[in-house]
Design a protein around this ligand. Structure first.
Ligand SMILES: [Fe+2]
Length: 452
């Protein structure tokens, strides 16, 4: 990200206010908190414009990002209180038009494996003080532990999607990863993008889920531009402008291009790929007579990250699927087989263990285990998790010789449990529906993903 790029969020407007050690933890559901909740409830019922959030973006062992959209410009103070020692940190930020009044607090200096309560103030007024506003920092890097993730794609603001947000919370996931069509926008018009992001963020169950769990997002065609859109989509910069306001991330692609990002959580590292911004816009880094999917800058970022990563499991997650959809559309890795084959060859050549593929998009859920031992060094596995809403597409659940599990099931997410307290480390995944039923499950260990 260029520091002087006017399209980037204005990080530097934040102002550190104070750090102090308070005497004891303040009583959580205080009179002000109750009052703020009541006011919010009345306003919600009246359909009035409300603050959106707060919700959590990236959280690691030492820092957290908190997001909120204010209704009026001005200064807002995030107050973070350690449940362990009552220590208080405050961080002020200005809600400004250039950020569409979205606030991204990035609070640092947190202790690992610690619970913090947080509230947001505007002067003396408590703007956000739900009892569920909690940050739980990750364990210190290198500490063996267990992590539970929810991964899925394709959500609307309907009752079924809301039930999935509630189910993710009931399953006690530590973090959420959303792979696009979250929300459906189908336009690059900035006003339409803004309106749809606001409508999506206003869903009560979504806010409740993410008030206490970190979330990472990428986009797919419908939140990027429209059905089957590539990087040639007119107006894509407006989509990125809005995404970088409504999605708190530490980075958005490179040099003002793309939105890809990565994070580490326990034994897991997730590379959230952007398979829209660069698609069809340049010659492929893998084969110059064919179009690129990832784009050269994203490929350079990914290959560096894969070489650096020490995680037992490296999830390469994107909106699209890693196969050919076998319909008339071109937005899948099947169209860019040259880049998938080059990626596989790279993993094999550098003997990179633990790579797992993840996709969304097709409104059906699947597990594939490819016979890729010769190229990769082990059999790659792909998980496809979709949809959170109710509109399944049975015709995209096509035959594949390497298909291990499949389900055309509405309102689902993939629950991924990673455990490195045992040897070898384990990755247990289960497709969960809104009722909490396990639709299918699939287990593997780090030994299954070791170069032969
Ligand atoms: Fe979708």
């Amino acid at each position: 990200m260029k520091a002087d790029d006017p399209s980037e969020p204005s990080w530097n407007r934040r102002r550190f206010v104070s750090t102090s050690l308070a005497v004891g933890v303040p009583s959580w559901m205080s009179a002000e908190a109750l009052q703020a909740e009541t006011v919010a409830g009345v306003a919600r019922e009246a359909g009035l414009l409300l603050t959106l959030g707060p919700l959590l973006g990236p959280v690691d062992h030492a820092s957290a990002m908190v997001w909120m959209r204010a209704t009026v410009p001005g200064e807002y103070v995030l107050e973070v209180v350690s449940e362990r020692d009552g220590g208080v940190q405050r961080l002020a930020l200005s809600a400004i038009a250039d950020m569409d009044l979205c606030l991204h607090w990035h609070i640092e200096g947190l202790a690992p494996s610690t619970r913090y309560q947080y509230r947001i103030w505007s002067g003396q007024a408590l703007v956000a003080g739900r009892p569920g506003q909690v940050i739980v920092t990750a364990a210190s890097p290198g500490t063996p532990g267990r992590v539970r993730l929810a991964i899925s794609s394709c959500a609307r603001e309907d009752e079924g999607s809301r039930a999935v947000w509630q189910r993710m919370a009931a399953e006690n996931v530590d973090a959420v990863v959303l792979l696009g069509d979250t929300p459906y926008i189908d336009s690059t018009d900035r006003e339409v993008q803004l309106r749809r992001h606001r409508e999506f963020a206003a869903v009560e169950e979504y806010q409740q889920l993410l008030a206490s769990r970190p979330c990472w997002w990428t986009w797919d065609d419908h939140d990027f531009a429209g059905n089957d859109a590539s990087g040639l989509a007119v107006g894509k910069a407006a989509s990125r402008w809005v995404f970088s306001r409504y999605r708190p991330q530490q980075t958005y692609g490179v040099n003002g291009e793309g939105i890809f990002t990565r994070f580490r959580l326990g034994a897991l590292e997730v590379f959230l790929l952007d398979t829209r911004w660069f698609a069809m816009t340049e010659a492929s880094w893998a084969d110059p007579v064919k179009p690129s999917f990832l784009g050269r800058v994203q490929w350079e970022w990914l290959r560096r990250g894969l070489l650096e990563s020490t995680a037992s499991f490296k999830l390469l997650a994107c909106g699209v699927i890693w196969d050919d959809k076998e319909n008339s559309e071109s937005d899948d890795w099947g169209t860019y087989g040259h880049e998938r084959r080059a990626l596989e060859a790279f993993i094999g050549e550098h003997r990179i263990p633990g790579v797992v593929l993840v996709g969304g998009d097709i409104h059906a859920s699947r597990v594939l285990r490819y016979a890729s031992r010769e190229r990769v060094g082990y059999d790659l596995v792909q998980f496809i998790a979709s949809p959170i809403h109710g509109e399944t597409i049975p015709s995209l659940n096509v035959y594949h010789p390497h298909l291990k599990r499949s389900a055309v099931e509405p309102h689902v997410f993939l629950r991924v449990d990673v455990d490195d307290t045992c040897r070898p480390a384990r990755l247990e995944s289960a497709l969960i529906n809104r009722h909490g039923e396990v639709v299918f499950s699939y287990v593997m260990t780090a030994d299954d993903l070791k170069p032969a």
